[in-house]
Write a protein that binds this ligand. Structure first.
Ligand code: MSP
Length: 674
């Protein structure tokens, strides 16, 4: 027999947090559904997840708790594994970056890259906050101060190793241009090419000496390997890469897909492929960047107190309802808003009304009219042929959509069949047929077809929902596993007549929307209060945000969170700001930087020099003559050795777009904004 085709799928490895929220569960549930789908359709699947356990933040949190970093992460990793168990995540391996199998190979990778000259020793320059022991990049500072504690930062230099990203830049551009499927969805591909690759890459700092909780550089143990070389390598180390036991590597590499949230697409489509090119390894076939699940008030974050706890939801509504909702509600590439109301409505309409009713009506009628035995079908009428055709064409429609990660549309396709079957009941009116003994054969055909549809539906939903298929099969009396395979869907009529059905509990009880909303609101309020009173004892996760301005800062407080936590300001605070209209008199690129522009601004009679990190968004030419908005009384600072006297204001969105603020009428430069 020919070997099965393989399919290697990964989630990102998670930062250890004692409270993963529903947004985290989203990536993993999606990966799990895909892994199950591929297993069902005949692939030999390797599904990897794990945890990303090093870094300064963990070191500090552990110290605050009086435990070792390893003790600290061990506890949390156990709770993450519990969550995955609760959500029926069928991973084949769970890699921890603190495991020996990972650390040893990361050191080998680092050494190889160093020996071949792709990693070299240099000097890292960054803004350092001494009390927080954290480095920040220019853009991460809030008003020139530490975004974590608001205190003064100083520009410091430390010896560090750098990875020559620039050397492979052209090769990667060509690869991406030649492989449309590599970065999905396509919008993310353009973003990577236009915003990062084409403007030019800077070499990446890949080691640190300012903390110890990391994998030591093998030939220079003053340094630990910093964030991305450690974390990204997990996709290979889990397979036994560079070890004697490398069968899994030989079998599964290159990965078929890395599923990642949109904020880490950049690391997976620039740093990771360049590491692989340097190692001489084939690149993953695809990196799929999905959107975020956000709340109405913005991105979930524990310090905002607006997280949705998957454990609470699973305990109330069951794992299948939550898995279904996550995959059905939002198209996978886009951002989606999570709301309790949408969740309850989906459960009531799709699961209770559509699927639940179809199961209970069908089983109840077989029970009532045929003493619980699946009847023998007779001749088919048009309406039967119609139903059968849809049942037979649904699997390939679902398969095509799943191959494009269109989970929501794939589910919609299955629900069309469920809807069609419900309509079939209304059209064939079995309760009327039952009154007429001449119509017994017709009644048998109708109920047989419904039972057979349910069998097929139980197979179709099985990648998405883990419990319901068994409940349906139990009620249908299916024990024979050959009736639950993907191949069994190619034939309508496999369910043997005479099978004894078993009336069971309602598979999805109807929810009282008012009551549920009230109770969920109360729970979420309580959690919010608890997290606010926890105050400073934030966990690693909410203080962690992947990727700084140059991908070198893995661990930082999200500055949006900080502003929220600080609360409102008074008008007295606002008037301290001297904000002015300024005209760009000239603009030029700052040498050796692909981010900074040096602008000379005309502010009334005055001239100001301002350095701004907008080179990726505006060319110097298009800026000249523009009226921009200047924060004029910001303390001067030096950027790349150039004095900057103020800051021009810009808006950024979650997609990484940036737009400069300007005025909507022509108004003299120097005009004050109030
Ligand atoms: N440790 C890094 C990944 C390293 S991979 C070599 C990391 N970890 S994380 O714990 O912060 O995030 C794990 C995954 O959860 C990411 O894909 C991230 O996008 C996803 N999500 C976190 N919050 C999310 C939402 N609110 N919505 C959807 N996905 C979210 O990043």
């Amino acid at each position: 027999m020919a070997d099965k085709k393989t399919f290697y799928i990964t989630t990102p490895i998670y930062y250890p947090s004692d409270k993963l929220h529903i947004g985290h569960a989203y990536t993993t549930v999606a990966a799990d559904a895909m892994a199950r789908f591929k297993r069902l359709t005949g692939y030999d699947v390797m599904f990897l997840t794990g945890t990303d356990e090093h870094g300064q933040k963990i070191e500090r949190l552990a110290r605050e708790k009086g435990v070792t970093p390893k003790e600290y992460v061990d506890n949390i990793v156990a709770s993450i594994k519990d969550l995955w168990k609760l959500m029926d995540i069928s991973y084949d391996d769970f890699i921890r970056t603190t495991e020996e199998r990972h650390e040893k190979v990361v050191q080998k990778i680092f050494k190889k890259l160093y020996d071949q000259g792709d990693i070299y020793k240099g000097e890292y320059q960054g803004w350092y906050c001494t009390p927080c022991e954290s480095f920040w990049t220019e853009r991460q500072l809030v008003d020139g101060k530490c975004p974590d504690c608001g205190r003064k930062v100083e520009l410091v230099k430390e010896e560090a190793y750098f990875f020559k990203l620039s050397k492979y830049q052209q090769q990667l551009i060509e690869y991406i241009e030649a492989h449309d499927e590599f970065i999905q969805p396509p919008s993310r591909k353009n973003e990577m090419l236009n915003n990062f690759l084409r403007p030019g890459l800077e070499d990446l700092c890949v080691s640190r000496t300012s903390f110890k909780w990391g994998i030591p550089v093998p030939f220079d143990d003053k340094h630990v390997i910093y964030v991305w070389i450690d974390a990204l390598s997990n996709y290979l180390t889990a397979l036994g890469y560079m070890t004697e036991n490398d069968e899994r590597y030989k079998k599964y590499w290159p990965a078929d897909v890395h599923l990642v949230g949109k904020e880490i697409v950049r690391f997976h489509t620039i740093i990771w492929p360049i590491m692989l090119l340097a190692l001489g390894e084939p690149l993953p076939k695809q990196v799929f960047g999905h959107g975020w699940l956000v709340l109405e008030g913005g991105k979930m974050s524990k310090s905002k107190g607006n997280v949705v706890d998957p454990v609470v939801l699973v305990e109330r509504y069951g794992v299948d309802a939550i898995r279904y909702f996550l995959l059905r509600e939002v198209p996978f590439g886009a951002d989606g808003v999570f709301s309790n109301e949408a969740l309850i409505n989906r459960i009531n309409s799709d699961l209770v009304n559509d699927l639940g009713n179809l199961v209970s009506r069908t089983i109840a009628m077989i029970d009532r009219y045929f003493d619980g035995l699946v009847p023998q079908p007779g001749e088919f009428q048009d309406v039967d042929v119609d139903l059968r055709q849809l049942a037979l064409s649904t699997p390939s429609a679902v398969e095509q959509l799943m191959n494009r990660f269109e989970y929501s549309n794939a589910l919609a396709e299955i629900w069309k069949l469920i809807g069609r079957a419900n309509k079939y009941i209304d059209e064939t009116t079995p309760w009327i047929l039952a009154k007429d003994s001449d119509k017994r054969e017709r009644l048998g055909t109708v109920l047989y077809n419904l039972a057979e549809c349910l069998r097929m539906i139980s197979v179709l939903i099985s990648p998405f929902m883990t419990r319901t298929p068994h409940k349906i099969r139990e009620q249908l009396g299916i024990k024979d596993e050959s009736l639950t395979t993907w191949e069994s869907l190619s034939q309508f009529g496999k369910l043997p007549p005479g099978t004894r059905v078993q009336r069971g509990e309602v598979i999805f009880p109807r929810l009282d929307i008012e009551k549920e909303l009230k109770e969920l609101e109360e729970i979420q309020q309580r959690m919010k209060q608890a997290s606010q009173s926890e105050g400073a004892t934030r966990t690693a996760q909410d203080t962690v945000q992947a990727g700084g301005e140059d991908g070198q800062q893995g661990h930082r407080l999200n500055s949006d969170d900080k502003r929220q936590a600080d609360g409102q300001i008074s008008i007295d605070d606002f008037v301290k700001l001297d904000i002015r209209v300024a005209r760009v008199a000239s603009a030029e690129r700052v040498e050796k930087s692909n981010k900074l522009l040096k602008l000379i601004l005309e502010v009334g009679d005055e001239r100001r020099q301002v350095v701004s990190g907008i080179a990726k968004y505006y060319t110097p030419e298009e800026l000249v003559g523009k009226k921009v908005i200047l924060l004029a009384n910001l303390k001067p600072a030096k950027l790349m050795g150039i004095e900057s006297e103020g800051m021009i204001l810009a808006a950024t969105d979650e997609r990484g777009n940036l737009a400069l603020l300007t005025v909507d009428q022509d108004i003299a430069s120097g005009s004050k904004i109030s």
